[in-house]
Ligand binder design. Structure first.
Ligand SMILES: CC(C)(COP(=O)(O)OP(=O)(O)OC[C@H]1O[C@@H](n2cnc3c(N)ncnc32)[C@H](O)[C@@H]1OP(=O)(O)O)[C@@H](O)C(=O)NCCC(=O)NCCS
Length: 385
């Protein structure tokens, strides 16, 4: 792995990397690649802090810095700094590259005399590079009341004591104008975006302002999984009697449950089954594209999957959840049929599907990649009329 300054020959590759890294992460599609594209001609851009990260000759990471301002209560402004976009290619995320790139860039920034940075981001990542809530330093975020703790607004004194030595006890930060180019000139952005291969824009759980599809019936709510469900998920998914019945091994740690929430459950067709009585997720309900697995499915036919933890067994909760999801599918999609399956020695799962109108096809299948076992499964199908 190598970190070096960006050169003009890298520009297009780096903008493509930025697009790949941000696509559908915070909103459907993204605009960060356009921000970067325009920023290099912006007087706030700091070319000495414009780094790319290479692995085997391929650019897999990038970060840029910008001048910014802090507005002081007396009406004056003070020079400050910020950074971003920072991107790690999706194939290399969560492997420690982001933090290595950031640590390197922050050292270089400090060497240049940059004493204070504030920015918007996820503290779960940036805390690893020394960032904390800006409100702790009495730095406010524009657009928010001063007394608010803004959870995504972070800051760090790269040079300890920099704020005090600059006489700053309180200030307000507004991101530099350069970060808003796509909002200010949407036509220019669309023209630029059209120069890239088309990518599908998706509304996904976890994006800003997106609560996801929430469904409700008598005793339950189906809602997207959230990262802070990890403890509840672990409680039920670590039970050796639950996962293996549905074809997955018991979770071994809360960290593993969190990873499942971030990956397998990160979809707008997967829901937590939340019991109104406890407010906690007690199981999962969803459907996936069955192309490429070993079920005898029709082309494009979705495959239903569900499970509930022991406290929900034999109470009709799973049936209620499946029915709720099927009603939603009927009302909002063009799906004409769904396939489902269950291990032969787990008839309860088959009963849930039959109660919701699924009919056995008479087939069995073995789907080791999906079900993690070579035990045969009984296949059922629901025709949506
Ligand atoms: C954010 C990003 C730069 C992080 O780079 P990365 O290489 O994936 O992160 P790392 O592997 O170095 O992670 C370092 C730590 O931060 C955590 N972390 C990384 N991304 C995180 C996220 N989105 N949410 C919560 N924690 C995160 C990791 O779990 C790891 O912690 P651990 O050591 O306790 O496991 C990268 O994922 C990316 O390009 N994302 C899309 C674009 C983006 O969001 N940029 C930042 C905008 S503010």
């Amino acid at each position: 792995m190598k970190i070096r300054l960006e050169i003009p020959a890298d520009y297009r590759e780096v903008e493509n990397l930025t697009r790949e890294a941000f696509w559908n992460v915070y909103r459907p599609g993204c605009t960060e690649h356009f921000v970067l594209h325009c920023y290099r001609n912006n007087p706030d851009f700091i070319p000495e802090l414009d780094f790319v990260m290479e692995e085997d000759g391929r650019i897999i990471g990038h970060v840029m810095f910008s001048k910014a301002e802090l507005d002081l209560p007396d009406g004056s402004a003070r020079q400050s700094w910020t950074f971003g976009p920072i991107s790690i290619h999706p194939d290399f995320k969560r492997k420690g590259y982001g933090i290595q790139l950031l640590d390197y860039a922050l050292d270089k920034a400090r060497e240049m005399g940059i004493g204070f940075l504030c920015m918007e981001g996820n503290i779960d990542f940036y805390k690893h590079a020394g960032f904390d809530l800006a409100s702790k330093k009495n730095i406010h975020y524009h657009d928010f009341p001063k007394e608010d703790v803004v959870p995504f607004f972070l800051a760090q004194e790269l040079i300890p004591g920099w704020l005090k030595s600059n006489g700053i006890e309180e200030a307000t930060y507004c991101p530099p104008k350069g970060y808003f180019v796509a909002d200010e000139d949407p036509e220019a952005f669309e023209k630029y975006e059209a120069t890239f291969p088309k990518k599908e824009k998706l509304r996904l759980p976890g994006q800003l302002g997106y609560d996801g599809i929430i469904l409700e019936s008598g005793r339950i709510v189906l809602r997207p999984w959230r990262e802070n469900d990890a403890t509840a998920l672990y409680k039920y998914a670590s039970d050796p009697e639950v996962g293996p019945r549905a074809g997955w091994p018991p979770h071994k740690s809360i960290k593993e449950s969190l990873e499942i929430i971030r990956t397998v459950f990160h979809s707008d067709t997967t829901w937590a089954i939340v019991l109104k009585e406890t407010g906690e997720p007690g199981g999962a309900m969803g459907y996936i594209n069955s192309d490429g697995n070993h079920h005898p499915s029709r082309a494009g036919e979705p495959l239903v999957g569900d499970w509930v933890g022991k406290p929900c067994w034999n109470k009709g909760i799973c049936t209620e959840a499946l029915q709720l999801m099927l009603d939603h599918i009927r009302e909002t999609t063009d799906i004409r049929s769904l396939i489902g399956s269950h291990f032969i020695d787990n008839p309860a799962s088959g009963r849930v599907m039959e109660k919701c109108g699924f009919v056995p096809t008479g087939e069995t299948c073995v789907d080791e990649t999906l079900a993690g076992s070579d035990s045969p499964m009984r296949v059922l199908r629901l025709e949506i009329l």
